[in-house]
Design a protein around this ligand. Sequence first.
Ligand SMILES: Cc1cc2nc3c(=O)[nH]c(=O)nc-3n(C[C@H](O)[C@H](O)[C@H](O)COP(=O)(O)OP(=O)(O)OC[C@H]3O[C@@H](n4cnc5c(N)ncnc54)[C@H](O)[C@@H]3O)c2cc1C
Length: 495
Amino acid sequence: MKKTSGSISRRDLLVGSAAVGGFALLGSPKISFAQTAGGLSAAAASGFDDLAGLLRGELILPGHDAYDESRKVWNGMIDKHPAAIARCTGAADVMDVVKYARDNNIPVSVRGGGHNVAGKALKDGAITIDLAGMHGIWVDPAKKRARVQGGAIWAALDRETLAFNLVTNGGTVSTTGVGGLTLGGGLGWIMRKHGLSCDNVMAADVVTADGRLLVVNEKENSDLYWAIRGGGGNFGVVTSFEFKLHDLEPIVGGMAMYPESMLKEMFHFYRDYTSKAPDSVTTMAGVIVGPPGTPVEGQNAGVIIVCHKGPASDGERLVKPIKEFGPPALDFIGPTSYKAQQSLFDAGSPPGLRNYWRSNFMTELSDAAIDAIVARSDELPSPESMILIEHLGGAVGRVGAHDTAFSNRAAQYNTSVFGTWVDAVDDNRIVAWVRTFSDELKAFSTGGAYVNYMASDEGAGNIEAAYEANFKRLTDVKRKYDPTNFFSGNQNIAP
Ligand SMILES: Cc1cc2nc3c(=O)[nH]c(=O)nc-3n(C[C@H](O)[C@H](O)[C@H](O)COP(=O)(O)OP(=O)(O)OC[C@H]3O[C@@H](n4cnc5c(N)ncnc54)[C@H](O)[C@@H]3O)c2cc1C
């Protein structure tokens, strides 16, 4: 069943991504849309031989030594069994898998960095379009642009851009995939200064449901360009993104922790602080269980986490109120590197734990919302669970509500309840806690939630609410590019 060796050289990546940069001119597709009844069983019975023969990457089938490892994703609750996993090496592999799956009536899912908590990267009985091998990155320092293949992770993108003292807004855990995070929006440490990750996408190459590769930017396929900036993986497989880059500047960042007795005061302080913070400051505040070895070990502790990007003297001045408030039980805020800030949460976010998340966008942090959060904070259901409020606004809020598919631009905060635990015996208890708490917080929300933090069982209504007035236009674009909902392994926008 093993078609080729799994090792992929940098040269392979370069050759395989002939479409990178939009230079490829690909002819019109000759695809039969005839749907074969029982396509999956026929294809599986043949060992997917015809597909394996097309691909430059490996096709992993059940029974292959690598199958179980390849179907693992970050969330340990996800245990899905794809019919086949296509380890794509370039746009050509992606196009062939899409055509093959369409012709044989086999569903697909798309895996970028595998961090989606709802486990959307995999589908039982589907072909997984696995992009992990497509992680090439090319930086053009003169134009301040980076071309990034669809399966890269943020640590890799930061590594390449930092070599030229350039950065773009990425996720706060460096192992997360660029693909899924960017397509759903992309909240990160420099978003208030430079916008969401999706706001920094200048162009992309997208393989659509008919197997064509489309160059997508403001001028070409501009409706698709609009939709992929927030609309998730609904419209096709992004084989590469082009990101705008920004000059690296000094970073002052880190975290302060406060004892449980100060939680209410801390959230009030945070609200005042964020109401005055300039765009150079991005912060989060929340409640965690104090980690071992800290003065708040085992207690429910308040946290404020900050990142200032700009002149160091401004940074030191602007983080001072956080360091002086309280005082904190623990304070490690100070000058740091961009790389350290980007991986601040890495150790606390290991793969394999069980996770169930929900979020609510809020235009303000009202007294009542703070009271509701504080009331629940002594009930964190496991040492790994937490409540986290991300401060939005700044450059995020200056993008017009209808300029990209990402909605909720007026929201000032994203308040999330992250249930994380070790043992399956706790599944029902912790999932129920997250649901109940998150439903309570809805009373203070815009009605919308962040699609990238959505749980596996969020209904279509929640997805529609997440897109506010942009939802109708998203369904129109979906109908144009994916009328049969071929790409349904996502927070789905039905055509
Ligand atoms: C530890 C952790 C930290 C996180 N931190 C942040 C954060 O700081 N900011 C933030 O905004 N979000 C964050 N998230 C949420 C994250 O944005 C989503 O989980 C996102 O889906 C992850 O993308 P991925 O490519 O790793 O996921 P995957 O599970 O591989 O993909 C998820 C879905 O995205 C789509 N997709 C992925 N790549 C492509 C592609 N190239 N083309 C087309 N579709 C694609 C597919 O529909 C796929 O099903 C975090 C998640 C985790 C687990």
